[in-house]
Design a protein around this ligand. Structure first.
Ligand code: ZN
Length: 325
């Protein structure tokens, strides 16, 4: 896993390499054009000579002659542009009109670099997770029964609220301002679907998101953490990304080590106001039993808890497919 900084510098290098390639192509084509059209070389020579004469005339203060020279220069320039335009050689090709593929605009990284970095991060993340398959629009509320139980709980109503909250969260996400969310509920209730939908939308809005299953994200970290004591890129990505989403918390390998890593991760992100979304099949008592108190107290105290309701959607979908076959 790469850090945001690494994605940005890779993207910048790619944009600038593109510029070098385009410039080299342009120079070669321009040289070929000058061979085929001697007038282009003549114009250059005349323009250089006229430029020198213009300077002398200006120094001598001959304003009438000066105007005539300027007019002549302008005519040559127009002729040159026309010859180049006929060969589509007015300027080097650039994919980004904003920065001309320099990668910088007004002293800051151009949007083309940021969006390239984002797309690459998106692609890398999608290798492990089906980001893109899950969206808010294909979250199907009809799978949640519209029935109120004796505790006054109605899965359809609850999930309608949670869907709206997730949408709002993704649309208004801001590092340093957004809440930490803890999705709790049994398997197959759409926790992963909504987490992925948030990841996709927040990425699309240009923020750095790291998404992964706890067992992939946390267990390898603990090994690297051991070796590099937190100085490695993977750990840094988890600590520094704008939004960290950990799927299936509780399924990672258990050791005092992972516990220390999780504590460090959650605590550092809380202190730096970097939002985190966790989802888990564990109940609150199970979380308390599985994690040391300093971890579980943070989960319960600092996270907005959302309890998913309903019957296993995956099972119901599988049953429906079975019935249709
Ligand atoms: Zn650009």
């Amino acid at each position: 896993m790469k850090t945001q900084q690494a994605y940005l510098s890779d993207a910048l290098a790619q944009v600038q390499a593109r510029r070098r390639t385009n410039l080299a192509v342009y120079r070669a084509e321009r040289a070929a054009a000058e061979d085929a059209e001697p007038r282009l070389v003549e114009i250059e020579r005349e323009m250089t000579a006229l430029g020198a004469e213009l300077a002398r005339t200006a120094l001598a203060g001959k304003s009438e002659a000066l105007a005539a020279l300027r007019e002549r220069l302008q005519a040559l320039s127009t002729e040159k542009q026309a010859l180049l335009a006929a060969r589509h050689l007015v300027e080097p090709k650039a994919d980004c009109a904003l920065c001309g593929d320099t990668g910088y605009r007004r002293g800051a990284l151009c949007d083309c670099v940021k969006s390239l970095a984002r797309r690459q991060m998106y692609a890398d993340l999608s290798k492990e997770c089906p980001i893109g398959d899950c969206t808010f629009d294909n979250f199907d509320l009809s799978y949640y029964p519209d029935v109120t139980d004796e505790h006054g709980q109605n899965p359809r109503r609850r999930m309608t609220q949670i869907l709206a909250l997730c949408r709002e969260y993704a649309e208004t996400f801001a590092p340093g301002a957004s809440a930490n969310l803890l999705f709790i509920g049994k398997t197959g209730l759409g926790k992963t679907h909504l987490s992925l939908s948030i990841a996709a939308r927040v990425l699309e809005r240009g923020f750095g998101v790291v998404y992964g299953a706890a067992q992939n994200l946390l267990s390898p970290v603990s090994q690297e953490y051991f070796r590099f004591s937190g100085e490695d890129d993977r750990m840094r990505a988890l600590l520094e990304c704008d939004l960290l989403i950990i799927d299936d918390l509780g399924t990672e390998l258990h050791s005092s080590f992972t516990n220390a890593v999780i504590y460090n991760l959650l605590n550092t992100r809380l202190l730096q106001k970097r939002p985190t979304i966790l989802n888990t099949n564990l109940s609150l008592p199970e979380l308390e039993a599985q994690y040391e108190p300093r971890v579980s107290s943070r989960l319960i105290g600092e996270y907005t808890l959302k309890r998913f309701l309903g019957a296993d959607i995956r099972q119901r979908k599988a049953l429906e497919r079975g019935a249709n076959n």
